[in-house]
Design a protein around this ligand. Structure first.
Ligand code: KIV
Length: 290
């Protein structure tokens, strides 16, 4: 087992030292490798894959087998980051037994180090059982996308009467049940700060202000893959949507006018075969054809 892997203990120590935790979503081995090399602490194989990878309007259609498939890819790409697998809609809500079996599959088949599930106090008994079985659990409260129809849309939570109290109660119930961290999504910054101060486990915010112990974003949002999607809480560090489109347009033009491939990009009859490293092998179909 690798010794430099980020664990639940690393993250708790980070909180104690006041060192903020960085978390991003990843859905494949290439992104996992790049983000791992960049030094990310936690990679979440989020059910957001239903929206950004599969093109659905919500996360609800995502299946456990699909999350496992993406977890396996991410697990192959990252050597340092903790990998968290998201429990998709209706993979844990029907019963504790169902949640145990399905979380176990994320660990056994997906290669994750922890699971994340949405919901507060109502899932505390499941969290307790999972932790007793040796499965670390990250909670997720506030704007919980699997309850989009109950919430009437992707809306900030906790503003109404009793909202603050309910969020604090949920966070404390998850901590008491043994959760090692909690995602706080789409809640007023002042409530997120209060929760973070009251818990000994780390909070990871998304649309929850600067008072959390860490932050998470969907990698496609950070990279600006979709120019039409720019909610208030996202900071774009790139405009890859525009750049990918323009790279593809340049390629299409080169193919159409016959300037790609050039001689330097073509194989000759007598060229000696060069050894290639594994990343080059999987990033280039042509290398396999040598
Ligand atoms: O599915 C996901 O990517 C998430 C994060 C946005 C926290 O749950």
């Amino acid at each position: 087992m690798k010794t430099n892997r980020v664990t639940i203990h690393t993250l708790r120590a980070q909180k104690q030292r006041g060192e903020r935790i960085s978390m991003l979503t990843a859905y494949d081995a290439t992104f996992a490798r790049l983000l791992d090399e960049a030094g990310i602490d936690v990679l979440l194989v989020g059910d957001s894959l239903g929206m950004v990878v599969q093109g659905h309007d919500t996360t609800l259609p995502v299946t456990l087998d699909e999350v496992i498939y993406h977890c396996r890819a991410v697990a192959r790409g990252a050597t340092r980051a903790q990998i968290v697998g998201d429990m998709p809609f209706m993979s844990y809500q029907a019963s504790i037994e169902q949640g145990l079996v399905n979380a176990g599959r994320l660990i056994k088949e997906g290669g994750c180090h922890a699971v994340k599930l949405e919901g507060g106090a109502q899932h505390a008994p499941l969290v307790e059982r999972l932790v007793a079985c040796g499965i670390p659990v990250m909670g997720h409260i506030g704007l919980t996308p699997q309850s989009v129809h109950q919430m009437g849309g992707f809306k900030v939570q906790g503003r109404g009467a009793g909202g603050r109290e309910k969020l604090i109660e949920d966070a404390k119930a998850l901590e008491a049940a043994g959760a090692y961290a909690i995602v706080l999504e789409g809640i007023p910054a002042v409530i997120a700060s209060e929760i973070s101060a009251q818990l000994s486990i780390p909070t990871i915010g998304i649309g929850a202000g600067n008072g959390c112990d860490g932050q998470v974003l969907v990698i496609y949002d950070l990279l600006g893959m979709d120019e039409s999607f720019k909610p208030k809480f996202v900071r774009r560090y790139e405009s890859l949507g525009i750049r990918i489109r323009s790279a593809a347009q340049a390629y299409i033009a080169d193919v159409r006018d016959g300037t790609f491939p050039a001689e330097a990009e073509s194989f000759s009859l007598d060229e000696p075969v060069k050894a290639t490293t594994p990343p080059a092998l999987y990033s280039s179909g042509a290398a396999k054809a040598k």
